[in-house]
Design a protein around this ligand. Structure first.
Ligand code: ZN
Length: 195
């Protein structure tokens, strides 16, 4: 298997409009599913009440789907899972996943070059890496999800170790990883994963 973790590979994913449209389609489907189910508290109809977002490093995704219960006395919010927005991260999910996967084992000078090309400061990158190794592997999501992987995924080398388990071609692999992570992207689940 070809080691798909070069800089060019990363850049091409980040600029891949077909991939962007695919992620948009998946998010639209996730939103539709949530909307059809209605309010989880009172069964009322859900109305669109999107969040304004401006994720860096990805395409112009300025709205995150979200809904609000139409019942006057309920009005509860319901935000669907997403393959585009990783919780409240400033960067699009694909940027966080691709960069933290790609920089594994690279020399510091090379990491710096990539980081500078994408205008990500070193503290941000350090925070992302710590997040995988700490918050992510200790989350209830991961504790339940890791059982699916036999043999177990190495928790000291996430996200690369996780990435390598999704043996798919081209951008299907990134999509699969983002879909796998999507349960943590809702505001309720994300709370546990912020530091
Ligand atoms: Zn309701």
């Amino acid at each position: 298997m070809k080691q798909e973790t070069g800089e060019t590979w990363c850049q091409s994913h980040l600029a891949d409009q077909q991939l962007h449209r695919l992620l948009e389609k998946v998010d639209a489907d996730l939103a539709q599913e949530v909307c059809q189910k209605g309010c989880g508290y009172c069964g009322g109809r859900l109305h669109r009440a999107d969040y304004e977002r401006k994720p860096r490093g990805g395409p112009e995704w300025d709205r995150r789907y979200s809904f609000c219960c139409a019942q006057q006395d309920c009005r509860r919010r319901r935000t669907p899972e997403s393959v585009r927005f990783l919780g409240r991260r400033v960067y699009a999910g694909l940027v966080v996943v691709l960069i933290t996967t790609m920089i594994h084992g690279l020399k510091p000078a090379r990491v710096r070059r990539i980081r500078e090309a994408l205008q990500i400061d070193s503290r941000t990158l350090k925070r992302w890496r710590r997040w995988w190794l700490d918050r992510f592997v200790r989350s209830s999501f991961w504790k339940a999800a890791r059982a699916r992987f036999i043999p177990p995924v190495c928790e000291q080398t996430v996200p690369l170790s996780l990435w390598l388990r999704f043996d798919l071609e081209g951008h299907q692999r990134l999509l699969a990883v983002l879909e796998f992570l999507s349960p943590i992207t809702t505001p309720a689940a994300w709370k546990e994963l912020t530091m």
